[in-house]
Ligand binder design. Sequence first.
Ligand code: ZN
Length: 259
Amino acid sequence: MGQGDSQLVRFTDASGTFHMLIDTGEREYANGLLQALRALGVDRLDALVMSHPHSDHMGGMGEILEQMPVDRLYMPVVPEEYAPTTVSYEHVLDAASETGLPVIRLVRGSQVETPASLTVQVLSPEEDADWEELNNFSAVLRVSYGETSFLLTGDAEGEAEAQILEHVSDLHAQVLKCGHHGSSTSTTASFLCAVAPDYAVISCGADNPYGHPHSETLARLLDAGVQVLRTDEDRTLLFSTDGKQLTVIQGLPSMEGGP
Ligand SMILES: [Zn+2]
């Protein structure tokens, strides 16, 4: 969805199907996202996660909350002085309170409720973190099934990556969703070395005004021998795993350019 971020995790076992949506992109994509979810057979979300309150990640979240039942809503702990006063953020809080849905705040070690064989570890933010950039307060999730893990980083930058490195011993993931749209301030060399992914996914819009992904990030990924997939070129990506093998399909329809 253009420069915005959105990831859907679907997990099925004998107990049923679990759907977790992380981020929803800008508001202009909300209807398209709802249609795409319904086309996938998603008519309610077990978990809706806001990585952090920037509009390219949650601009359409209020609409999603109004149009689709959600069991649990998660957001990272953000210090009072950084709490946004934007219309889209207020919309999310209002839509949640209208349905009596409590906001569950995430810090490292928080629990995201999942089926037993699916694990979602919250690696960041740190409780009482003192960062100047709201991006660093992104909820960073490591989603694991069997031997396969996916690291979803929101817009976390180098400062948050360093803190994760300090506190989390096993960071390995086959798939890394690079922080902050492939910005040079994220996906630092030491973080990349610890994650050691097979695939790096960069979520960015075609010809975006920020120059994402930055050439420094692409060079680090190239040096590390990681296969890079970009939503501006490879469109919507689908990863599937049985807990051992991982496959990827690229080039699925995307919502580039809006509705
Ligand atoms: Zn962003």
